[in-house]
Design a protein around this ligand. Structure first.
Ligand code: GLP
Length: 241
């Protein structure tokens, strides 16, 4: 694992954006694994700026998002589908047919999970996976568990995750209790991974994930076994390292 400690959220985001841009420069038809949440927002804004100012090209890029809430329509302002379009896709020249996000309204969720994994494989796997981290060290929506869940699957969200994500909803009752998430194996199959974290509330999760044992009750700790992971954090998230 390579750990880059930056001075601020701004520097963390710029560093991450540079790594994504570098990946696209070397391989313009890269398959990117993308994350939602507040952490990668400024990284997306940096990439949009680089696209507008120096023409970073997304026309051949394929993206797979990590996860989606169950039961929210795509157009719901809290769906990850909506988040990705509003915060990133609508500002770049990515082809709509190259954007993949799990369908949280699918009738048959198990079938949707299998379809998603098959698509990732069909496109040659993920070249660069961007990850945020939950306060309980979840990645995607892989919650602390007694085993690492391998493939894309339906998840029951932890109370802590529901509480953490309630800030985006009018009331806590509106927060979906279930989601679809890429599994740990899918994430571990990515050729490169960057994990982003900022803020003091992520310090414990970062400490556990880097220095704790590899344990399914700290899902991000599995990344210690990956051969090409870069953790990019601000000072506050690095405060327990
Ligand atoms: C959600 C997402 C994760 C994300 C995490 C942290 O649960 N499913 O992919 O990493 O939140 O979110 P934030 O970046 O807002 O702290």
């Amino acid at each position: 694992m390579r750990v880059i400690v930056t001075n601020s959220y701004e520097k963390m985001s710029a560093t991450a954006a540079r790594m994504v841009a570098g990946q696209l420069y070397l391989k313009p038809d890269s398959v990117l694994g993308l994350a939602t949440g507040s952490t990668p927002l400024l990284m997306y804004q940096n990439l949009i700026r680089v696209h507008k100012e120096i023409g970073l090209d997304f026309s051949e890029v394929i993206t797979f998002n990590l996860d989606e809430y169950l039961g929210l329509k795509r157009e719901d302002c809290n769906s990850y589908h909506y988040f990705m379009h509003e915060n990133f896709f609508k500002y770049i020249n990515i082809k709509p047919k190259n954007i993949y996000i799990p369908n949280g309204s699918a009738e048959d969720i198990e079938k949707e999970c299998k379809r998603y994994d098959a698509l990732i494989e069909e496109k040659g796997g993920i070249d660069l996976q961007v990850l945020g981290i939950g306060q309980n060290a979840h990645i995607g929506f892989n919650e602390p568990d007694i085993k690492f869940e391998a493939t894309t699957h339906k998840v029951k969200l932890d109370e802590e995750t529901v509480n953490a994500n309630a800030r985006f909803f009018k009331t806590i009752d509106e927060v979906p209790r279930y989601a679809i998430s890429m599994g740990i194996k899918t994430i571990m199959h990515a050729k490169k991974v960057i994990l982003l974290a900022n803020g003091e509330n992520k310090a414990e999760a970062i400490q556990k994930s880097i220095y704790g044992g590899v344990r399914p009750d700290a899902p991000a700790s599995i990344l210690q076994l990956h051969q090409d992971v870069t953790v990019i954090v601000d000072k506050a998230a690095a405060s327990l390292l």
